[in-house]
Design a protein around this ligand. Sequence first.
Ligand SMILES: NC(=O)c1ccc[n+]([C@@H]2O[C@H](COP(=O)([O-])OP(=O)(O)OC[C@H]3O[C@@H](n4cnc5c(N)ncnc54)[C@H](O)[C@@H]3O)[C@@H](O)[C@H]2O)c1
Length: 418
Amino acid sequence: MTKKVQVLGIGIIGGGFIARFHIKSWVGVRDADILGVFDPDAKRAREACALVKSLGVGEAKPYASITDMAADPRIGALWICAPNYTRGAVMEEIAHAVSKGKAELVGVACEKPLGRNVREAKNMLELARKAGLLDGYLENQVFSPAVVRGKEIVWARGAALSGPPYLARAAEEHSGPHMPWFWEGALQGGGVLNDMMCHSVEEARFMLTPPGAPRDVLTPVSVTAYTNCLKWQEPKYAAILAKNSGGKTDYLKRPAEDFARSLVEYKDKAGKILVVETTTSWCYVGAGLRLSMELLGPEYALQINSLDAGLKVFFSREVQGKAGEDLVEKQNAEIGLMPIVADEAGEYGYIAENRHMVQSFLRGVRPEENFTDGVAVAELLMAAYRSAELGKTLAFPFKGLDDYIPPVARGKWNPKSK
Ligand SMILES: NC(=O)c1ccc[n+]([C@@H]2O[C@H](COP(=O)([O-])OP(=O)(O)OC[C@H]3O[C@@H](n4cnc5c(N)ncnc54)[C@H](O)[C@@H]3O)[C@@H](O)[C@H]2O)c1
């Protein structure tokens, strides 16, 4: 169903951390305004709406339910920014409102991961299809200007003259998530592998794919992965997680992995093997979030490190300010030489991502990054969990992939009891 609108009205579901990033990115998005926020926590919804208004990116108001927001004729598309454990119920409600004729929407965009496992991710895709909605998968890193521009240059110069790239390395590391639910395997779907390797495998796959080519020019053939809990299972750090969650999170008994790596072998159409290598961690204590990427080919190399910021500040020990995240996401210090990512919403890819989703929805075409990509990412992550569980390389896809739930998501993983 396409709605004849000049300016697309956006409703955001979940007004927390990532919603704030999207709202801030909206200063660089055209032809769409943020008009509503639904969050069961009314304070969060009000705060998100206030931020929207203060930035002048829409006359947002809080709604009492997803259905109410979807039913407002001013709203043409929804952004799902609620926690992972609510995905299915949120999408069911959207699909129901559309199918029953209560809402007329063009599309839905969903934050990573699309589901906590393959079954959930496929269900999201199925629900969107049945409701006739265009679907966008919000993987910001494939829209990051450094990644997009780097790919363009490497393929136009290095690959054109010396051959395509054969190895992509991606790493996403920080000192741990901001909310207790992320740390719970059952709620989040796993540990850092599910939370952050979703970015790394997808941006590396994107870099290895020739510009403009469809995803299926590369076929995954094997996955090898390793997981461990290096820091947060130590009693001193487990106690911090327990305290932050009011006693709920118990990393002595039910840890999730805080370190994970994977190696994915792909085959291209000519049968040549290409490699993606990823590292993710919740136990990296540097200045803050570090996103790194390398793309290597016969006569070239590309390198990105988000903490190699052009802007740095130095504060002496006399400057004992309050702890904050005003310099960089997941900031760990306030003094010494500190990098500042000047425009995080732009540099991490949120502005370009949201522009692309809005323009696709307004033109009535499926976004280039969509729920099919979200399913493909979930498949790779579940294969990585299974490989780590078995301690061996797995041919991809493996039997039972669709129904596989990693031990960490069932509360049955503990590397110390090995
Ligand atoms: N692209 C990225 O780099 C990135 C970064 C952070 C988070 N995320 C993703 O965004 C999603 C949200 O993460 P976050 O960091 O904003 O979490 P958060 O806990 O900070 O915020 C989530 C918000 O959703 C609300 N909520 C809870 N249940 C809800 C429901 N049923 N319907 C609507 N809202 C509900 C909560 O009250 C909260 O305000 C997660 O899926 C996460 O993986 C993506």
